[in-house]
Design a protein around this ligand. Structure first.
Ligand code: HEM
Ligand SMILES: [Ca+2]
Ligand SMILES: [Ca+2]
Length: 305
């Protein structure tokens, strides 16, 4: 493991306080800060590792990761959170250009989870920023909402994460929004026999059809957790037990006998869930960490130095 606690102890000892203050301010302006930042961290870590490659803007000649179709629905507030926190860090003369964008994203993610009522944890630091970002590199690296358990497990295993880690991290869908297109197949044209996915709770399906009618405006997004959309809690698992998982990839965690016991456990035991989530997100933060010549500290998170 290359990342560790207190990495900036000498160079920028107050970095965690500086980031927390900037993130808190942004969170108070809009709740979307929380889900947008958490998802940004996930999409960063699964493509080329946790190296802020997701932050790079496309330039004339090359399309960057953020413009791959799987990343187009990342909310702008996540990017803005990292940029604001970086500005706050760089405003302190001794910290200027000493803290990586990848670490700022990891700290901001930790902070928004706590702000949304989720578990608090010590964040490991010491990631350098990556030196490449291409849309092509995203192909096949991110999970799709129609994935089954085997597909989910193999993609997470490719990043060193277990099925338990995957289930714990999926609970990030306890906050935030989804566009209607991401689950439209489950409520309008599921199969030749039935328009609505039989795994969906009937009442919930009717609600979803009301919020997301067939030719709904593509910009419409709805809460992913119908019960506590603004609280980072284990209600995600309680929802799955009621057939209220929004994506097939959520619902399958309760329907597949291999993952069902874990869902049942964490639906009943929020402390066990919190412990598992902390272990999983800490492991996620270690994926593909760059050090030495493989990275640097970007002056501008959206552009290479
Ligand atoms: C397990 C496989 C996963 C699949 C198939 C998946 C898929 C999706 C999809 C389709 C959306 C909706 C995007 C939109 O329409 O705007 C979404 C949102 C979200 N995902 Fe996932 N996701 C997965 C795992 C994760 C993980 C591991 C995390 C973080 C640890 C995460 C965090 C989020 C968050 C916070 C949102 C809400 C974003 C917002 O409100 O801006 N997801 N996910
Ligand atoms: Ca990355
Ligand atoms: Ca919730």
């Amino acid at each position: 493991v290359k990342v560790r606690r207190n990495y900036y102890h000498k160079t920028c000892p107050k970095v965690e306080n500086i980031v927390r203050a900037a993130v808190t301010k942004k969170f108070q302006q809009t709740f979307v800060t929380a889900p947008a930042t958490i998802r940004l961290f996930f999409h960063d870590c699964f493509v080329q590792g946790c190296d802020a490659s997701i932050m790079i803007a496309s330039s004339d000649g090359s399309k960057a990761e953020k413009d791959h179709p799987d990343n187009l629905s990342l909310a702008g507030d996540g990017f803005d959170t990292v940029i604001k926190a970086k500005e706050a860090v760089d405003a302190v003369p001794s910290c200027r250009n000493k803290v990586s964008c990848a670490d700022i994203l990891a700290m901001a993610t930790r902070d928004v989870i706590a702000l949304a009522g989720g578990p608090s944890y010590e964040v490991e630091l010491g990631r350098l920023d990556g030196l490449s970002s291409t849309a092509g590199s995203v192909d096949g690296k991110l999970p799709q909402p129609f994935f089954n358990l085997n597909q989910l497990n193999s993609l997470f295993a490719a990043n060193g994460l277990t099925q338990k880690n995957m289930i714990a991290l999926s609970a990030a869908h306890t906050v935030g929004f989804s566009h209607c297109s991401k689950f439209a197949n489950r409520i309008h044209n599921f199969s030749r026999e039935t328009a609505v996915d039989p795994a969906l709770n009937q009442g919930y399906a009717a609600q979803l059809r009301g919020m997301c009618p067939k030719n709904v405006d593509t910009r419409i997004a709805i809460d992913m957790d119908p019960k506590t959309p603004r609280k980072f809690d284990n209600v995600y698992f309680q929802n799955l037990k009621k057939g209220k998982g929004l994506f097939s990839s959520d619902q399958v965690l309760f329907h597949d006998p291999r993952s069902k016991p874990t869902v049942n456990n964490w639906a009943n035991d929020s402390h066990a869930f919190k412990r598992a989530f902390i272990a999983a997100i800490t492991k996620l933060g270690r994926v593909g960490v760059k050090t030495g010549k493989n990275g640097n500290i970007r002056r501008n998170c959206a552009a290479f130095n």
